[in-house]
Design a protein around this ligand. Structure first.
Ligand SMILES: NC(=O)c1ccc[n+]([C@@H]2O[C@H](COP(=O)([O-])OP(=O)(O)OC[C@H]3O[C@@H](n4cnc5c(N)ncnc54)[C@H](O)[C@@H]3O)[C@@H](O)[C@H]2O)c1
Length: 301
C-alpha cells in the first residue's frame, strides 16, 4: 500500500533494552497501538532480551524519523548495531536517536533528502566520519500522493519517483561502492506489496515500487561478486500513525483490509524481524535478490 509521507554525535555504551527502544510508537497494552483500529490477532512484540545479531555492525537507516524506518533503526540498535539515522525531517530523526541512546544504544542523526546526490554523499561522509565502515544500508523512504493517472502532473510524478525509486539508486550506489572496497555488506530496500500489484490512483508510486523490486534484483546480480547481498521487504498496509495513514484509513479499511487474510494492518515493528534477518550474515548468507512480503498474506490471494 502507499505509505510514506509527503514530502548529532555518537553516544557510547551497551544497549540495555530496558526502555523506549522496545516500545511501539503509541503502543498501548500488549504493544497494540491504541485508537486507530481494533483488530483480531493483534501484534505483540517479542521479548528479545538475549539477541544481539547485529553486534559490531554499523548500519545506515534512511527514513528513520518515523514509521517503518524508525522501527527498524530502533530494532537494529536493540540487536547491537550502531545506527546512522537519516531523514529529511531533522526533528523526528533526532527523536529516534534520542530513543536509541536513552536505551543505551549508539546512533547519530543526519538530515538528508535521499533524492539529492549531494545530500546522500554528505550522509555517507557523516557515517564514515563517525564509524569508518558501513556494513548495512536500509533504504526506506517512499512517498506518494493520491492522484488519478489522467490528472497526474509531471512535477508530482517526478518527486514521487525521485524519492521512492531514485533515492534507492543513490543510497544503494553510495553504499555498494564502499562495501565493494571493504569486501561485502548487506542492503535492504523497503519496497511494498505494490511492487507486484497495482493500486488505482497511485501509478507514480506503484511504478516506483516495481522499479525498487527490479532494481533490487539487478543490484543483487551485479554485486554478488563483491560479497554484497541486496534484498527488499514488501510491507503490506502498515499502521504507522502518520497523517497520510490517518487520512487514508477509511479507504484502506474498505478496499484493502478485505484482501488481507490476517484481517488487520501491520505495526511498523513487525517489519523489524525481516530487516534483521536480511541484514544478518549468519541468518541469510545465501539470500539475495528477493522482495520478501511482510503483508499478512495479501499477496497470497
Ligand atoms: N505504511 C504502509 O502502509 C506501507 C506499506 C507498504 C510500503 N511502505 C513503504 O515503507 C516505507 C516507509 O513508509 P512509512 O509508512 O513508514 O512512512 P512514514 O511517512 O511513516 O515514514 C517515512 C519517513 O521517510 C522520511 N522521508 C520522506 N521523504 C524523504 C526524503 N526525500 N529523504 C529522506 N527521508 C524522507 C519521512 O520524513 C518519514 O520520516 C516507504 O518506502 C513506503 O512506501 C509503507
Amino acid at each position: 500500500m502507499p505509505g510514506g509521507s509527503a514530502p548529532g554525535n555518537a553516544g557510547a555504551g551497551h544497549y540495555t533494552r530496558t526502555g523506549a527502544a522496545g516500545e511501539g510508537r503509541g503502543a498501548g497494552a500488549g504493544g497494540v497501538r491504541a485508537g486507530v483500529m481494533p483488530e483480531p490477532g493483534a501484534f505483540r512484540p517479542a521479548n528479545r532480551e538475549d539477541s544481539v545479531r547485529l553486534e559490531g555492525k554499523n548500519a545506515i537507516v534512511t527514513g528513520a524519523g518515523s514509521g517503518i524506518g524508525r522501527a527498524i533503526a530502533i530494532g537494529y540498535a536493540r540487536e547491537g548495531a550502531r545506527v546512522v539515522a537519516g531523514d529529511i525531517d531533522s526533528a523526528t530523526v533526532a527523536g529516534t536517536v534520542e530513543t536509541i541512546r536513552a536505551a543505551g544504544g549508539e546512533a547519530i542523526a543526519v538530515r538528508v533528502d535521499v533524492a539529492l546526490k549531494a545530500e546522500v554523499d554528505a550522509l555517507f561522509a557523516a557515517a564514515f566520519k563517525a564509524w569508518e565502515r558501513v556494513h548495512i544500508l536500509v533504504s526506506v523512504p517512499g512517498i506518494s500522493t493520491t492522484r488519478a493517472f489522467l490528472d497526474l502532473p509531471e512535477d508530482e510524478w517526478d518527486r514521487v519517483v525521485d524519492v521512492s525509486l531514485k533515492g534507492h539508486y543513490l543510497c544503494g550506489q553510495a553504499a555498494a561502492r564502499h562495501m565493494a572496497e571493504q569486501g561485502g555488506g548487506a542492503i535492504v530496500n523497503i519496497s511494498s506489496i505494490c511492487d507486484e500489484v497495482a493500486q488505482a490512483n497511485y501509478s507514480h508510486y506503484v511504478a516506483s515500487k516495481g522499479g525498487v523490486r527490479t532494481l533490487t534484483k539487478a543490484m543483487a546480480m551485479e554485486l554478488a561478486a563483491h560479497g554484497i547481498r541486496v534484498n527488499a521487504i514488501a510491507p503490506g498496509p502498515t499502521d504507522t500513525g502518520s497523517e497520510a495513514m490517518k487520512r487514508e484509513y477509511a479507504p484502506i479499511r474498505r478496499k484493502v483490509l478485505p484482501r488481507v487474510p490476517m484481517a488487520r494492518l501491520a505495526q511498523p515493528e513487525e517489519m523489524v524481524g525481516a530487516a534483521v534477518f536480511l541484514a544478518c550474515e549468519s541468518e541469510s548468507s545465501y539470500v539475495t535478490g528477493i522482495s520478501l512480503p511482510v503483508d499478512g498474506g495479501y499477496l497470497a490471494m
